[in-house]
Design a protein around this ligand. Structure first.
Ligand code: CMC
Length: 428
């Protein structure tokens, strides 16, 4: 017999089924609660609301655990390529050699974007924020692929094709805009290089010379670390928007816009700008710790804190280590890294941060690596988006394949004026 939670209100008893996950996570199924009780549940910011059951990513914030399809992030970031991880997220299992080859080939088929889109990208101001350009271009894509507007229910094969297309074409959108912003000619894709190296080739190669192999390897690891993070703000945006059965381009565009915000993925750019500001201000990071603690100051320590992780962010641990290794390999000495480490040390011992369980998150050290790799600051969040896209699309695919699929439509508690009669403008 299934377990139930008992709830009583005004003499009425309600029995709510308990849902157990494969890692023994517990939830209460309230889907029929309103029909029975006329009451909704209220949870601002969805801090304690499960929006779906998902078999993609497991996250335990109390223990600092992150796994994609059961595989620990530590092992995947060490041993798997971004394409392998994307396949894993989408299909549920790691690919064998042939499957990986086929998947890479499929992404490689979308190694360019329509000429009209290239022309549109060139009309953007050179200093436009690339996240806005990326989301706009994704929204423009159905103009070139109208079949995806007409066909709202895709079969499994069409879904994977559409996903591979978006993964491949995001590289072209970003590199085309970046080259335009620099007044440089486009560089064509070379899909034989692999996803990460090809993107850096399109973005940064100069006079036919590519970035060193260790740079593309480090970038590949960053993409793996960002590939999915269950029901975060942008993934939820993707699920909500995609639940209207709008096409996948528009759905991913919504994810990009959600990610752009400075307290979500935009934090990686904000961290770097914060570290630069501290450096320009003489490097006194303790002053910024005081600012972050001051409730009358809106300043927050960017790259610190997480809704779910309460001990540490496993991605941040991996990135901090990678940061030291990569800077050493490239022979880069970045004073911002010293400031970041100083900030972290002070914050980890300060009762304000300790009591609130605020630790460095994925965005704290990633910007220093991007900077060492030669990626411009305003492109940082686009790197996050490129890495997160397969996760978003795996979430979308899972939702669309779910037999209990329905449009997302939360409720509210209305707190406005009670009914009143319209007043003519002359009488107001
Ligand atoms: N600096 C100073 N104080 C902070 C910070 C911070 N970075 N983060 C949270 N707090 C304080 C906050 O003021 C509150 O204090 P009090 O209880 O006294 O009112 C307490 O900690 C809880 O904060 P919250 O805003 O209720 O927590 P949340 O779970 O709603 O927000 C967060 C999580 C990530 C939005 C927040 O920690 C934050 O704004 N961090 C800085 C931005 C950032 O690094 N974002 C990237 C997140 S990880 C990657 C991603 O999602 O893309």
């Amino acid at each position: 017999m299934s377990e139930k939670v008992n709830l009583s209100y005004c003499g009425n008893e309600y029995q709510l089924p308990v849902i157990k996950g494969s890692e023994n996570e517990l939830g209460i199924d309230i889907s029929k609660f309103r029909a029975e009780s006329k009451m909704i549940t209220l949870d601002t910011g969805f801090g304690n609301t499960g929006s779906c059951q998902s078999s993609i990513t497991f996250l335990n914030g109390e223990e600092g655990i992150l796994r994609y399809r059961g595989y620990p992030i530590e092992q995947l970031s060490e041993s798997a390529s971004f394409e392998e991880v994307s396949f894993l997220l989408l299909k549920g299992e790691l690919p064998n050699k042939e499957e990986l080859q086929r998947f890479k080939k499929l992404i490689g088929e979308y190694n360019s974007i329509p000429e009209g889109l290239i022309e549109s990208i060139k009309t953007f101001p050179k200093d436009a924020h690339p996240m806005g350009v990326l989301s706009s271009c994704l929204s423009m894509m159905p103009a070139y692929y109208p079949e995806y507007i007409k066909k709202t229910d895709l079969c499994d094969e069409e879904m994977v094709q559409n996903i591979a297309q978006i993964m491949g074409q995001m590289k072209s959108i970003l590199s085309t805009f970046y080259r335009h912003s620099k007044g440089e000619a486009n560089v064509s894709s070379d899909s034989s290089l692999g996803f990460a190296a090809d993107f850096l080739h399109m973005l940064l190669s100069k006079d036919g010379k590519d970035v060193p192999e260790e740079v593309s390897k480090a970038f590949d690891t960053l993409l793996v670390l960002h590939a999915d993070h269950e029901q975060n703000c942008s993934a939820s945006a993707v699920r909500v928007v995609g639940s209207s059965k709008v096409n996948l381009f528009a759905t991913v565009s919504a994810g990009v816009n959600a990610l752009w915000g400075p307290i979500h993925g935009g934090a990686n750019q904000a961290v770097l700008e914060m570290l630069e500001a501290i450096q320009q201000d003489g490097g006194d990071y303790e002053k910024y710790i005081l600012k972050a603690k001051d409730k009358n100051d809106p300043f927050r320590l960017m790259g610190f804190g997480h809704r779910v992780y309460k001990k540490f962010d496993p991605r941040a641990r991996i990135i901090k280590k990678a940061c030291d290794t990569i800077l050493e390999k490239l022979g880069v000495e970045d004073p911002l890294l010293d400031i970041a480490k100083g900030l972290e040390k002070v914050a980890l011992e300060d009762p304000y941060f300790v009591d609130r369980q605020l630790y460095p998150n994925v965005d704290f050290y990633s910007g220093i690596i991007y900077r060492a790799l030669g990626i411009p600051t305003n492109m940082f969040t686009c790197m996050f988006a490129l890495g997160r896209a397969p996760g978003w699309m795996a979430q979308w695919q899972e939702m669309r394949r779910d037999p209990s699929f329905k449009i997302s439509r939360p409720r509210q508690i209305y707190t406005g004026r009670k009914a009143r009669n319209f007043v003519d403008i002359e009488s107001r």
